[in-house]
Each structure stands twice: as C-alpha cells, then as structure tokens.
Design a protein around this ligand. Structure first.
Ligand code: ADP
Ligand code: ZN
Ligand code: ZN
Length: 740
C-alpha cells in the first residue's frame, strides 16, 4: 500500500534516473530551497546503497505523489547544476528509448552525457581555473597528502591552472574545494562563448543534375515538419552533394543539422567535405575524442553554438536546441546498432527523434536495408532515387572467377593476377578486398588433419605472424604460442590454410615487386594518424595495390581505383542468418562501388567456389534494387522481419542443459500468457555455441503486432530476470540485427 507523505521532511521530492542496472527511477527528498532550484534535466548527486552516484532529475514530485514503500526515502547529496543540461525533447527520447528497448532507465540516460559530466564534474569545467590565494598557507593544510600535493602544484603555477588539467594530474575537485573553504586557493571562471556562430558558404555548390535537383526539392518542401526520406542513390551518384545543398537551406534558417555516419565513416575525407563547403562551427562527436574534447564538442552542440554536428551512433542522443534536419548516411551499416549493453539502433532512434523534433530526416545509401525498403512500401518513408553516377563515371561491371577450375598462385587466380598487372602497368590503382585479418584462418596438421582450435570457443585459431608468430582467437581474444609440432601425432609440418590479409599482403608484394602494396585493416590502422597517411597516398595518382577488410568498403572515394578484386565472400553465402544474404549483397555492391569513380571505367572481379549462387547472379545480371525487391518478397512470404517484429533472448551460462531448461520453461509461459499470439523459436544453441568457455543459447520471439509483442515481453522478461540462476547471463535484444 503506497503511503502519502506524513512528515514535512518528505514533502519535497524529486524523481531521479540513477545510473544503476535497475528498471526504475528513484525518489529522493530535498530541502524547500533545493526544490525551488532543482530543474528537470539537471544533474544531482545521490547516494545509492553504498555508492555515490550522479543521476538526472526526471520529475519534480508534488506533495500528493504516493511514496513507494519498498524503498527508504533518502535525501539528495547535492544539486550539481543550476540549469537543465537535457531539454524536454531529449528527456522524452531517452524515456522512450528505455521503454522501447526495455533497458534500465538510469543507464540509458547516461548515453546523453559526456564522460566528465557523468562523473559529476562541473558543467563549466573547461572554464574553471584554480589559483593560489595564500602563498604562505602551509600551516592551514591538513596532514593529508592530497591537500599538500594540490597546494604544491598550484604554487608552481601562480597564474592558475584549469581544473581539467589538475584532474588529469590526479588532483581531485573535492580537494580543491576543501582548500577553497580555507581561503587557500580560489576558483575563477573564464568566459566561455556559447553564442551561435553563423555559417557561411565557403565553396560554391556543384550544379545538381536532374535526379539530385528532384531529391533536394522534395526534402526542402518538407522543412519544419516530420517526414522520412530514403535517398537511394547508386555508389558515386552524388548523395553527399544532395545532403550539402539541403543543409545549406536549413542552416540559412539558423537551424542545426545532425549528420550521423558509420563508425568507420568518420574519416578525414568525410570531415573535409563538410568543412570545405561550410565555414562555421562544425563539431565532431566520436569515440576517438578524449574527454575534454568531447565535453567541448558536446557543449557547443547543446548550447546551440555549433551548427553542424557530425557524429557516430551515440551522437543521436546529443541535446540540440535548434535541430532542423537529421541525415544518416550509409543507413544500411550495422555499426548504427549497438551490439552490447543498451542495444539501440541509432537509425530507429533517429526516426523517432525527427518525429519528436518535427523535422525531416534523410537516410541515405547505395544499398538500403530491406527494413527501409519495407517502410517505403508501407508508405512511412519517401524514396528518392539517384540513378546516374555523377560526372563522367559509370557503374563497374562484375566478373565471376570460378575458383574450382581456375589456376591459382597462393589463393589468387592467374587471370586476376594478369588483370591486376595490366592496371598497374597503366598507372592505375587496384583494390583487393578480403574480410579476414591475420595470416591464415586455420592451422592444420598435414599428417593427421588436427586443427588448432581455441580451448574456450567453438572456433579455429587464426594464425598471425606479426608482430611475432602466434595463434589468436578472434572471438575471445586468447593468444597462444604456435606449436612446433602436432600435439596429436607429433608430425612437424603444420600448415596455415586459407587466406588472411597479412598473408595476401606478402603474396601480392611477391607478385608485384615493383609496386606499393598498402594494407588497410584494424591491425594496420590502429595507430593514430596512420589512416591519414594511407589516405594521402591514395589521393595521389600513383599505381598501388590497396588491400583491405570492410574498412575499405565504406563510403570512400578513390578516384584512381579502376579494378576491385573480391577474394572470398563465400562464407556470407552459406550463413544460417536470414540477413546474411542482405549483408553480403551490400558488401559486394559497396566494395564494387569503389571502382571507376573517376574518369576511367572500373571493373570488378569476384573469386568464388559458388559461381552458380543465385545471389551473385542476381547482382551481376540485374542489380541491388532487384535483389532487394526479391528479398522483400521472400521475407514477406516467410513472415520474417521486417514483416514481423522480433526480439532475441540470449542466454549464457556454464551449462547448455541449464540454458535450454530455463528458456524452455519460460517459452512455455510466454506462449500461454500470449495465447500463442507470440511465435517462439527455440531455444536453440547459438551459432557459436561455446565462447570464452561459456555456453550460449538463443530464443527468438516474433509477432506481427509490435505493441502486443512488447506488452507481453515486458512482464515476462522481468520475471525471467528475477528467476534466473545468478551465474546465468541473460540479454534482451529488441529488433535484433544479428542472430549471433
Ligand atoms: P555518393 O555519396 O553517392 O557515393 P559522392 O557524393 O561521393 O557520391 O559523389 C561522387 C563524386 O561525384 C564526387 O567527387 C562529387 O564531387 C561528384 N559529384 C557529385 N555531384 C555532382 C554534380 N552534380 N556534378 C559534378 N560532380 C558531382
Ligand atoms: Zn598431426
Ligand atoms: Zn576463443
């Protein structure tokens, strides 16, 4: 039975989203004075259990709000902001996200704040300077080393030091505040300028072609209201130019534009295209920023100072007081979906945000997702087509090479080698694509067929030769020595089988000794700035062979590449995941799209053991859009997403039997509760059943009625969490993108 407050101390209360892995917000009391100052959307320091945490105020409660008897009411520790950091629209977006993805609300709210603010540091951290007031205060200090250390450092810098730098040097703000109370040091606020900076055109737009003009006009007609557009434009058809011209109009009205790109899409190349078109405040928000840079960029966005916000997935939760347009480029890209923890899909959240903000949103891609095509069919999205490559460029032709009959050298067919040689002799660039890092995916014994397997996973070890010879499991990260002989039969010939990029690099260098071979993958670009170096080289019209993984497939513009070679995508043709063909088709078209983007025509060679595979033939004889229409029909016939809504339960423990039994029991309960309105698949062992020593099982829930699916899952899921054995890990993935 809820009670109403009885003592005056309970009258002033706020509801707080506290960053803990729980599904509720929690109420705290505060004084009348604090209550007056408290703003919804501001931060507050609270104690929770034994922890001191930074939460966000979501509601100021009135005196008649019942008190939840399950929890003891506590007072807040301190209000941290005198104004809201998160506006009403972002608060609604976060609340909706927590409900839709059924994820703990306090943790979802954390997505909207940069690290420093999450840690409770002051909003004006970057402007706070600390300075010594009393140069002879040694006797005022406590014996604590913290105060003495802080005092010593500050005395070395009589002009003052920013709080940020002091924090980085291990001096805590609490220590500084203690010294401030003793009048030993003082804090001075430097002026920070958050006035909006007008944007000007730095470069004339290109003359749009007919398709581009039509697309631009259609979006501009929808300004100031919600409408979703799918910009379906072939690779190299000038989608970016369309974005830029639409942005120009929106910026003219003094509005902000949010541009989301895939994780890897935020290359210097993309950034410079926006910076060279517009003068003004463009900020970047991505995972590579350090905490101060991130706070600075976030504040520029949140105050309205920045006009263009260019970011990856998580930037969708940035508060923007003046948002006028959202652009999400390469919308098919899987990196928009967070694959752990709070598993949101930035594409879907962006659609909802545009709706809340009442502004248009453009999703762009040369290979739109089947999900987006379905929305077009349902009339929820307007499709805009770009059908010609901009300038003189034409679409490349794809040739298949049958690996079963081809003559090969080190896994590369002779005809492909000849074609590469021809291009290099003509001083053109070649791009070789292989989506597998390392030296070789398998190490096998030539005598007894033993294979090197990870002891913790159902997976082979990958052979790496750099920086030294070792075996590496790409699933759990474990590393082992390369055995000198077979552990099973003691035979001394262990052979690496199959190709990884590191091996292909060696092979290509041997085959084309007079040309540069540049490898672009996570192993070779992990150093800061290395990507910029590679990119500079690519922009010079020198003959080189570029070798890379998925990183090379995305959105890049390589004007001198005239040949693209795809060495092996066969695993994508055989996968059990119903989305695998969609992903493979997108990958082929995107990689192929890197060819012939300049004046010279491009060609694509694809090696395969399955030259008769229908997917390949559809892409070669017809095109991606034809493939998409066909896939859409198949999904509809099979009632697969997006024609039914899905949720995936992942279950992980030390025993597969335990997983199965537990899921089985709850599957039954859900079938009964929903009167079979929810279709339950499984439980089944996950495609990789054992990973890092633990067993994985899956269960998929499907329904044509999204609201009903979410309704039934809600209580059921909470129930499962309460009943699960403590060593079992359960996760819920709403609208899953991968069944692994
Ligand atoms: P997409 O993003 O669709 O792959 P891009 O926007 O990268 O295509 O455009 C490919 C190339 O075509 C770029 O070099 C771009 O400058 C050029 N381009 C785009 N639109 C036009 C146009 N209207 N006239 C001339 N060149 C254009
Ligand atoms: Zn052996
Ligand atoms: Zn492993």
């Amino acid at each position: 039975m809820p009670n109403t407050p009885s003592t005056p101390a309970d009258i002033y209360r706020i509801r707080v989203a506290v960053p803990v892995h729980l599904y509720d917000c929690f109420d705290y009391t505060l004084t009348a004075e604090q209550y007056r100052q408290a703003e919804v959307g501001a931060r507050v320091a609270v104690s929770f259990g034994r922890q001191n945490l930074v939460g966000i105020i979501v509601e100021k409660l009135t005196a008649d709000t019942p008190i939840d008897p399950r929890f003891k009411l506590k007072a807040i520790t301190e209000l941290l902001d005198d104004q809201a950091l998160l506006d009403q629209k972002i608060l609604s977006l976060l609340t909706w996200s927590a409900q839709y993805y059924q994820f703990p609300v306090g943790e979802v709210f954390q997505s909207a704040l940069p690290t420093f603010l999450r840690q409770g540091k002051p909003y004006n951290l970057l402007a706070r300077m600390w300075k010594v007031l009393d140069l002879h205060a040694e006797d005022k200090l406590t014996r604590s080393e913290k105060q003495q250390q802080a005092y010593k450092v500050l005395k070395l810098h009589p002009q003052g030091t920013t709080e940020n730098i002091l924090n980085l040097a291990g001096i805590e703000t609490a220590t500084l505040k203690a010294l401030e109370k003793k009048a030993v040091v003082q804090c001075i606020l430097e002026h920070q300028d958050f006035r909006p900076q007008p944007v000007t055109l730095a470069q004339m737009p290109l003359t749009a072609n007919e398709d581009q003009k039509k697309a631009i006009q259609q979006v501009l007609k929808a300004q100031k209201k919600y409408q979703a557009f799918l910009l379906d434009g072939l690779t190299g058809s000038g989608k970016t130019e369309v974005y830029l011209q639409i942005m120009q109009e929106v910026l003219k009205q003094g509005k902000q534009v949010l541009v989301l790109v895939p994780e890897i899409g935020l290359t210097p190349q993309t950034i410079s295209r926006f910076q060279s078109r517009f003068h003004g405040n463009i900020v970047l928000l991505h995972s590579g920023l350090n905490d101060s840079k991130r706070l600075q960029a976030w504040q520029a966005a949140q105050t309205g100072k920045a006009s263009i916000i260019l970011g990856t997935r998580s930037a969708i939760y940035t508060p923007l007081p003046n948002l006028g347009l959202i652009i999400l480029d390469e919308e098919h890209d899987l990196s928009f979906k967070q694959q752990e923890g709070f598993r949101y899909h930035a594409r879907d959240v962006a659609m909802y945000r545009a709706h809340l903000e009442n502004c248009p949103i453009i999703l762009g891609s040369a290979t739109p997702s089947i999900d987006s095509y379905a929305l077009v069919e349902m009339g929820k999205m307007t499709r805009l087509e770009l059908n010609q490559r901009a300038g003189a460029a034409v679409m490349p032709k794809i040739h298949l090479i049958d690996l079963k009959i081809a003559q090969k050298q080190n896994g590369i067919s002779q005809s492909l080698i000849d074609e590469i040689q021809k291009r290099l002799d003509r001083k053109e660039q070649v791009l070789v694509f292989l989506n597998r890092r390392g030296y070789a995916p398998v190490l096998i014994c030539e005598s007894c067929a033993w294979q090197a397997k990870c002891p913790h996973c159902d997976a082979n070890f990958t052979v790496h030769r750099q920086p030294y010879q070792h075996l590496h499991c790409h699933h759990c990260g474990s590393i082992h020595r390369l055995p000198e002989q077979c552990p099973q039969c003691n035979h001394s010939e262990l052979k690496p089988i199959g190709l990884g990029t590191a091996q292909v690099e060696e092979n290509l260098q041997q085959l084309f000794p007079h040309f540069d071979v540049i490898r672009v993958d996570r192993d070779s670009t992990s150093r800061v700035g290395s990507w910029q170096k590679i990119y500079d080289k690519i922009q010079k019209s020198e003959p080189v062979v570029l070798l890379g993984t998925q990183m090379l497939a995305k959105g890049h513009h390589f004007p001198y590449v005239t040949l693209v070679a795809i060495l092996d995508i066969d695993s994508g043709l055989l996968s059990v995941d119903f989305r695998a063909t969609e992903r493979t088709a997108q990958l082929i078209v995107q990689v192929a799209g890197r060819a012939g983007r300049g004046e010279r025509k491009g060609e694509v060679y694809l090696q395969t053991l399955r030259p008769d595979h229908p997917l390949l033939n559809t892409l070669i004889d017809k095109d991606y859009r034809h493939f998409a229409r066909q896939t859409l029909k198949e999904r509809q016939a099979a009632l697969l997403p997006p024609f039914r809504y899905a949720a995936l339960i992942r279950c992980e423990s030390k025993s597969q039997e335990q997983n199965q039994e537990f899921l089985q029991q709850h599957a039954q309960a859900l079938r009964q509760a929903s009167e079979n309105l929810i279709d339950v698949w499984g439980p089944i062992p996950a495609p990789m059943e054992r990973k890092a020593g633990r067993y994985q099982a899956h269960m998929v829930l499907l329904s044509q009625d999204r609201a009903r699916l979410h309704f039934y899952i809600r209580g059921w899921w909470q129930n499962m969490l309460h009943q699960k054995p403590s060593a079992m890990k359960l996760t819920l993935d709403i609208d899953p993108q991968e069944l692994s």
